[in-house]
Design a protein around this ligand. Structure first.
Ligand code: CA
Length: 361
């Protein structure tokens, strides 16, 4: 029996109000697709977790419901750090997460999220969209049967929450800190014991004393987790993630099975959410920081120039060493560095002097 006949029978059954065997015809027969997206985030977590939900809503609206994406929070279908493998092998259709979580697959993944003393949000957008970043990312993702798009950005993050003040480089020695990606490696070089763990595990680990410090995102997200209840000092700036780009990846076979219009809808929904999240972070971080300081008596501190200089120097070494691990990562690093140099040259004549004058004069 062809699908066409099956639909006619279904319609007939509905009109006459009688159940027929054709009722079993799936929505797929009407051209609808239902896809599963696994994420590395807690359910509906502000920004990070709501972004995939918003992408699904945008796709649903733009396809008049023909493409339906069901979102699974970390742990619902697979664990946060298993999202990549789930999509690579086809257990899930899409993932939404931070690409540096997959650095075990290739060190190059760090550059498609955030690296210490790397790009800001505007700079990474420039690289991905115009500086050759997307092409390299496609090449990397294809090795794992995936295609990925940028789909959120947190802007500059905070340096993290610390139980004790960080006054000198010695204070990093033996510090048990949650910091993923290459930022964690920088911490290790300074003598800290850095660990990577999904967001949902940070608060209990801080509370139990398993870790002494943690970076997460910024005031809006950090307040949602309640870190001010377990640490007093909140350091800035987030040298480790100056503009974390988050991503949506899709299994390449699933991607190829979408119509050209559906592919463009998905890509566009991700791009729209990338822009929307950055706006939301910029707006809500400001208000949340004020609440943390005024209501919760959080002490905001800046890393000293001496500490920032050491972090910068160590970051450069860590990036160079990551790039030297394989020829592909070196190509990504060279492209990233060239685009960053380009952005910095222009920034030094535009945004930097402008914002400095606006603040100081
Ligand atoms: Ca972070």
């Amino acid at each position: 029996m062809s699908k066409k006949i099956g639909r006619r029978q279904l319609l007939g059954g509905l009109v006459t109000g009688t159940a027929t065997a054709a009722v079993a015809a799936p929505s797929y027969a009407q051209g609808k697709r239902r896809l599963k997206m696994v994420t590395t985030w807690p359910k509906n977590f502000p920004g990070l977790g709501t972004a995939p939900e918003n992408i699904a809503k945008r796709v649903h609206a733009m396809t008049d419901g023909q493409l339906d994406i069901k979102i699974y929070a970390a742990g619902e279908l697979v664990g946060a750090f298993d999202a990549f493998d789930a999509v690579s092998t086809g257990t899930a259709d899409l993932y939404n997460g931070a690409e540096y979580y997959w650095q075990g697959k290739s060190p190059a993944y760090n550059f498609f999220c955030a690296v210490p003393f790397g790009m800001t949000a505007a700079e990474i957008n420039a690289w991905i969209n115009f500086g050759g970043g997307q092409e390299l990312w496609d090449e990397l993702s294809a090795k794992f049967n995936i295609r990925a798009f940028q789909s959120a950005n947190t802007g500059v993050q905070m340096g993290g929450w610390f139980r004790n003040e960080i006054n000198s480089l010695d204070d990093f020695k033996g510090l048990k800190i949650r910091m993923p990606g290459l930022g964690g490696e920088v911490m290790r070089r300074l003598g800290a014991a850095a660990v990577s763990m999904p967001g949902g595990e940070i608060f209990p680990s801080m509370k139990s004393g398993a870790i002494d410090a943690s970076e997460w995102v910024g005031p809006w997200n950090d307040m949602a987790f309640g870190f001010h209840q377990v640490a007093k000092y909140y350091y800035c700036p987030g040298f480790q993630e100056p503009g974390a780009m988050l991503a949506t990846g899709i299994n390449l076979d699933v991607w190829a099975s979408l119509t050209a219009a559906q592919q463009e809808v998905l890509r566009t929904a991700c791009e729209a959410e990338n822009n929307a999240t950055l706006s939301e972070y910029n707006y809500k971080n400001a208000a949340a920081l004020e609440t943390l300081v005024k209501k919760h008596n959080v002490e905001v501190r800046s890393f000293s120039p001496e500490i920032m200089a050491a972090l910068k120097q160590t970051s450069q070494q860590v990036l160079e060493e990551a790039a030297a691990k394989d020829p592909f990562t070196k190509r990504v690093y060279d492209s990233y560095r060239a685009s960053l140099a380009n952005s910095m040259q222009w920034g030094a004549r535009s945004e930097e002097p402008y914002t400095k004058a606006r603040r100081e004069l």
